[in-house]
Ligand binder design. Structure first.
Ligand code: SAM
Ligand code: SF4
Length: 359
């Protein structure tokens, strides 16, 4: 155990070091968390930024084997919020001091979809005096599309690689033009070229995934110099092909713990980036996101999608579906963030410090 503690004092961690630390248990795991907490406090302070998450449509052209809203899942009732509903949610975020929103959806790339996002960006900026930072999470697109959306005021983009291991990627996706590992990598490059604050991430605890894969994910994120990361546990969904492999999974509690270790290690490796506490953590442990905040994450994405649609954006089992009123929800969240010894930075954009340094 003392050897693991010594690793935490090294100025840089090798792949082997990371693999060992990912397996830390008990006191050694607590040492890892303490170190990450210190790094977070020093580089990005004990602050949490809010991004109001608007899951505006579950219509998707893709068929990722893990995702509950994949196009082949006929049991999912499809929805598409109206522009007014989306703008109202953005106004709610603005009036409640969130500073930023995330527009997320299934992946479409037709002209109608592209133009719709363009119009929405203008409408949202118009309705909120250009005071909100807008993040998009709408999948793989042409470079021109990314450029157009950036010019219209989207400044951040989230595109998870899901796993940086190409072979594992193809165990999680059909091997066809729509699900192409190289294209996903290319899109991340486009986003960077255009000037976005670029976010990526992986799922943790996937079938066939090894500690070596996860160490590789962390080093890959560092090598592409990302500004933001959102990563969390893989959680099975009974209407997906990957559900058949559930016997290969780590117990859910272990997947949760492993996700916290990944976040802590990432904070140590990439000290000044923004790290989101994924909603999937909350699906396992009610205070999962706050636990992540305590050991390295500095972004939370409260769901501000109108309540009536939330049940239909079901990526995985037990996705949290709060029925609290917005005020009760905020009061509870504030309380829990305080318990995690952090404070919410209201009315702040909370841009990635890592990105700011590069400007
Ligand atoms: N369609 C866009 C895309 O795939 O980039 C954005 C929306 S997609 C639902 C957002 C993320 O949900 C994916 O990147 C994936 O990591 C995550 N996700 C999907 N199914 C999941 C599952 N079963 N467990 C955990 N995360 C999941
Ligand atoms: Fe569609 Fe994204 Fe789900 Fe894949 S992860 S099926 S692209 S919504």
């Amino acid at each position: 155990m003392s050897t693991l503690k010594n690793l935490l004092d090294k100025s840089s961690l090798s792949r082997e070091d990371i693999i060992l630390l990912l397996q830390a248990e008990g006191e050694a795991m607590q040492d890892l968390f303490r170190k990450a907490t210190e790094v977070k406090r020093f580089y990005v302070q004990d602050k949490v930024y809010f991004r109001g998450l608007i899951e505006f449509s579950n219509i998707c052209s893709k068929n990722c084997y893990y995702c509950g809203i994949r196009s082949a899942n006929r049991k999912t009732e499809r929805y598409n919020l109206s522009d007014d509903e989306i703008v109202d949610a953005a106004i709610f975020a603005y009036e409640n001091g969130y500073g930023s929103i995330v527009l997320q959806s299934g992946e479409l790339s037709n002209k109608r979809f592209v133009n719709r996002i363009s119009n929405l960006l203008s409408k949202i900026h118009g309705a909120t005096n250009q005071k909100l930072r807008i993040t998009l999470s709408c999948g793989e697109q042409e470079k021109d599309t990314y450029q157009k959306w950036f010019d219209l005021g989207a400044i951040r983009y989230l595109l998870r690689i899901e796993t940086s291991n190409r072979d594992l990627f193809y165990k999680l996706h059909p091997n066809n033009r729509l699900h192409d590992f190289d294209n996903r990598l290319k899109c991340l490059e486009y986003l960077k070229d255009v000037g976005y604050q670029v976010g990526t991430g992986v799922m943790i605890g996937l079938p066939y995934q090894t500690y070596d894969d996860l160490a590789g994910d962390l080093l890959w994120m560092k090598s592409i110099d990302v500004d933001m990361v959102g990563m969390g546990p893989y959680i099975e969904h009974h209407d997906t092909p990957l559900y058949d492999l559930r016997h290969l999974l780590l117990p859910i509690g272990k997947r949760f713990e492993l996700s916290l270790k990944m976040i802590a290690l990432l904070r140590i490796l990439m000290k000044d980036i923004n790290i989101a506490a994924a909603t999937a953590l909350q699906a396992i442990d009610k205070t999962g996101r706050e636990k992540a905040v305590e050991i390295g994450a500095n972004v939370i994405m409260p769901n501000i999608t109108p309540y009536s649609y939330r049940d239909q954006y079901k990526l995985y089992e037990n996705k949290p579906m709060t029925t609290d009123s917005p005020d009760d929800f905020l009061a509870r969240l504030e309380e829990r963030i305080k318990l995690a010894k952090n404070e919410i930075a209201y009315n702040e954009w909370g841009d990635s410090k890592h990105w700011e340094e590069k400007q």
